[in-house]
Design a protein around this ligand. Structure first.
Ligand SMILES: *Cc1c(COP(=O)(O)O)cnc(C)c1O
Length: 364
């Protein structure tokens, strides 16, 4: 199986990145975000490697159930999703925390909790307008949930829409909305709720917002969303690899790949690599996207196909069938590939398909 694409997952790098989060926020509990199958790295092996995290969060009940059934015993949060009453009961039975993110979910949780106790994260929409209660409703619902005996614990939660400008007006407005809502309840004195607002970018750039629970995702997998302004010694967890499956020479003016999107300007050597968009390598990767062959970079040439892609290796020596190729990893950040493909590392990681074998190294 030489030419099959595979993803090498370094669990030691994952633990290293958790240690970095811990060092940044020694007073916060860490809820590792491992939705979408652990950002494509495999939720269960990731959760096992992150045994020192205080909890995990996923976005589908099925994912939460699988983690519990596999013996993951830390706190487990189910992010906002539609739940039937019977599914909420399952959350209670399996000790899965739930998110109250609109009036209907609050109703359902209140209805369930009387007989089936729940831990509840009540989410404010502070400006993203995706999930969460608007401020007036949030205050009313948080107050109501706090008064329900079966609500074992209440966490005040929000999620900011900002991913880059962590100090600008939009960020300040969103912080202000959350703070005033949380303070309104705190001043009543009746509510004792932990706070959770920080994803990777927020916990990196805004130390004062780390609070009781931080919710890092992408940084655990080695991508620092604010690397330029806030460098951190994070390590890439995934290396996506394949092999050269063919090499050919072409003359000047020959085009490569579907619809001739790349044309040689000189006599060229073209290596065909056994990975394509059917594996999750982005079809929108532009000509010139770097690919590492035998430890050296060469540019993608022509449109990515379903099972293969083509690289201009004219400037590399001795490229041969069977040679090792790295599509992204420690030496070639997924964030770089994401830029060439006009997407984010999140989408690259979660877009890997089932036929890419995940291989694990560095288990403790
Ligand atoms: C995915 C997610 C996070 C983690 O975001 P990163 O940018 O990957 O750190 C945090 N909070 C919520 C609600 C999320 O959905």
């Amino acid at each position: 199986m030489l030419n099959t694409a595979s993803a090498l997952i370094d669990l030691a790098a994952l633990r290293h990145n958790l240690d970095i989060v811990r060092a940044l926020c020694p007073h916060s509990r860490i809820l590792a975000m491992i939705k979408a199958d652990g950002y494509g790295h495999g939720a269960l092996p990731v959760a096992r490697a992150l045994a020192r995290a205080d909890g995990f969060a996923v976005a589908r009940l099925q994912e939460a159930r699988e983690l519990r059934e596999a013996g993951i015993s830390q706190r487990l949060l189910l992010l906002g999703t539609l739940l039937e009453p019977e599914e909420l009961e399952q959350c209670s039975a399996h000790d899965i925390d739930v998110t109250a993110y609109d009036e209907a979910s609050v109703e359902a949780i209140v209805g369930c909790a009387a007989r089936h106790p729940l831990r509840v994260w009540v989410k404010l929409d502070c400006g993203m307008h995706r999930l969460g209660l608007e401020p007036v409703a949030w205050i009313r619902c948080a107050r109501r949930l706090a008064a329900v005996r079966g609500v074992k614990e209440l966490i005040h939660m929000t999620h900011f829409s900002t991913t880059r400008d962590m100090t600008g007006l939009v960020m300040r407005q969103q912080i202000e909305r959350f703070t005033s809502c949380h303070e309104a309840l705190r001043c009543e004195g009746a509510v004792e709720a932990a706070v959770s607002v920080a994803n990777s970018a927020v916990l990196i750039a805004r130390p004062e917002l780390r609070a009781a629970w931080v919710r890092p995702g992408i940084m655990l997998f080695g991508d620092n969303p604010l690397a330029a302004a806030h460098p951190l010694p994070l390590r890439a967890v995934m290396t996506l690899r394949s092999r050269v499956i063919a090499v050919r020479s072409i003359g000047t003016g020959e085009s490569v790949g579907y619809d001739g999107c790349w044309t040689s300007q000189r006599p060229s050597r073209i290596a065909t690599v056994g990975i394509g968009y059917g594996d999750g390598y982005p079809r929108h990767a532009a000509n010139g996207t770097p690919v590492r062959i035998n430890g050296r970079e060469a540019p993608l040439a022509g449109r990515v196909s379903m099972d293969s892609l083509t690289v201009d290796v004219t400037d590399l020596d001795h490229v041969a069938t069977g040679d090792e190729v790295t599509l992204w990893g420690a030496e070639l950040p997924a964030a770089t590939i994401a830029e060439y493909a006009r997407t984010a590392s999140y989408e690259l990681f979660t877009g890997l398909t089932a036929r890419v074998a995940r291989e694990y190294i560095g288990a403790a």
